[in-house]
Design a protein around this ligand. Structure first.
Ligand code: HGY
Ligand code: MN
Ligand code: MN
Length: 440
């Protein structure tokens, strides 16, 4: 690493003595609070891809990135990217970050915490006038949750070149196509290929994220190292029956789509309970026409299926598809099954994970490796570069809920660990990419 001379340092308000980790954690917590105010809904946090709320968040984060000595840009899909230059060029680039979109009625930390811890680590380097031998880019991914178009990872998929152009025709609940949403946001749906990163330029992608589960809390640990991210399938199932008058059609003569859907939901639960490691969730149902005195004519439901073993996940999806057909046949309705998205499970990179482990040990904390049940942009990024993730303990293991909470002291620890990790990457004799990409 280089200590920059005063002359070569861009002057700016942020340059100055190092701040304490506690002060950094306070900044991160305050920023998480502030970003949570940018919502599409007045009384709860909902921030979908390419919405005005997303734009406000990106503008705010961009301001903080510039103050941390970074140059800022948006790519064609709408990802926000801050770049902190290396001590010399040419150089490789280490990617950090997480997502800035949310689920509906979200907590404050799922996504933004990872962006803000990374940003604060860069700010701490900048304040100390330190440049590393590699550039750092912090991504605020535009869509990880898939709330608006029911297809997740739109941001990171564009970065890896895995974005399927057919998705551009998807429509949201207001009938706005994905292509149009990108355009309105200032992006360029016709040039998403420009988002793709050259994998030879990259050292890796490292993401800090709340655990979203109870393991670290149970173990009494503030942070942990992710070993692998399990795969997931997202499916839409539409049961179509016949709508009718709630007062005149006898029960035996009905073709009620909601009754079929309800039976299916319970079958999903039963299969999850009897299959080790399987979690399957129906999280949304849209009932048509949706009136108290009308027999439901159609129900569209979302199905999320996850398992650490991809073969088992796929077999369970096939079994559920058959169950949906059987229920439909017996109830003389129809069932349409559409796979919206499937993400394979991925292993984290052994070398980068070890650097996180060493950084945790250096803080005097025991190292816990744990798999991620939740999906992350890192799972997508693994297609082009080694990945590593650091989990931060969250209260009660609760996430995807406004009750999501992290402790400032744990955020300080995560910041210290990521900072040490960055310095360790700078000491690597060869970049991880040039070694065998060994999973943890
Ligand atoms: O759904 C997930 O696993 C992630 O939180 N997007
Ligand atoms: Mn999430
Ligand atoms: Mn997340």
């Amino acid at each position: 690493m280089d200590q920059e001379s005063a002359e070569s340092t861009q002057s700016g308000e942020s340059v100055g003595p190092i701040t304490s980790l506690e002060a950094s954690a306070t900044t991160i917590m305050e920023r998480c609070d502030l970003l949570a105010r940018f919502s599409e809904e007045p009384d709860r946090l909902t921030r979908r891809f390419a919405t005005p709320a997303m734009r406000e968040v990106n503008e705010r984060v961009a301001t903080w990135m510039r103050a941390a000595g970074m140059s800022v840009r948006h790519d064609a899909v709408g990802n926000l990217i801050g770049r902190y230059e290396a001590s010399a060029s040419p150089c490789k680039t280490l990617l950090l970050g997480s997502h800035l979109d949310t689920v509906r009625d979200a907590g404050k930390y799922d996504g933004p915490l990872g962006v803000l811890v990374a940003l604060e680590c860069v700010a701490r380097l900048y304040r100390q006038r330190i440049r590393l031998p590699f550039a750092i880019e912090v991504y605020g991914f535009a869509d990880e949750e898939g709330l608006r178009y029911h297809s997740a990872y739109l941001g990171s998929k564009a970065v890896t070149g895995a974005f399927d152009g057919r998705l551009l025709a998807l429509t949201d609940s207001d009938n706005v196509t994905l292509a149009e949403a990108i355009r309105r946001f200032g992006g360029d749906p016709d040039n998403l290929a420009t988002c793709k990163r050259d994998q030879d330029d990259l050292i890796g992608y490292c993401e800090v994220h709340i655990e979203q589960g109870p393991v670290l809390e149970y173990e009494g640990l503030p942070v942990g190292v992710v070993s692998a991210i399990q795969g997931q399938s997202r499916i839409e199932v539409i049961f179509t029956g016949v709508a009718g008058h709630a007062g005149t059609v006898p029960s035996a003569l009905r073709r009620d789509a909601l009754c079929a859907a309800s039976e299916f939901v319970l079958a999903v639960e039963a299969l999850s309970r009897q299959t080790a490691g399987l979690v399957a969730t129906v999280g949304q149902m849209i009932v048509q026409p949706g009136a108290s005195n009308v027999i439901p004519g159609a129900v569209a439901l979302s199905l999320d299926v996850r398992h650490p073993d991809d073969d088992i996940r796929e077999a369970m999806c096939a079994q559920l598809a058959q169950t949906a057909q059987e229920i439909a046949t017996r109830r003389t309705v129809t069932a349409q099954w559409q796979l919206l998205q499937a993400t394979a499970s991925v292993q984290c990179d052994q070398q980068l994970a070890q650097l996180f482990a060493q950084a945790i040990e250096a803080q005097g904390i025991s190292v816990k490796y744990l798999p991620s049940g939740a999906g992350h942009d890192a799972a997508v990024m693994a297609a082009i570069t080694p990945i590593a993730m650091l989990f931060v303990r969250c209260a009660g293991g609760i996430s995807h809920s406004p009750a999501e909470a992290v402790a400032a002291a744990d955020v300080a620890t995560a910041t210290a660990v990521l900072e040490r990790f960055l310095h360790s990457v700078a000491q690597l004799p060869v970049s991880p990419r040039s070694k065998a990409h060994e999973p943890v």
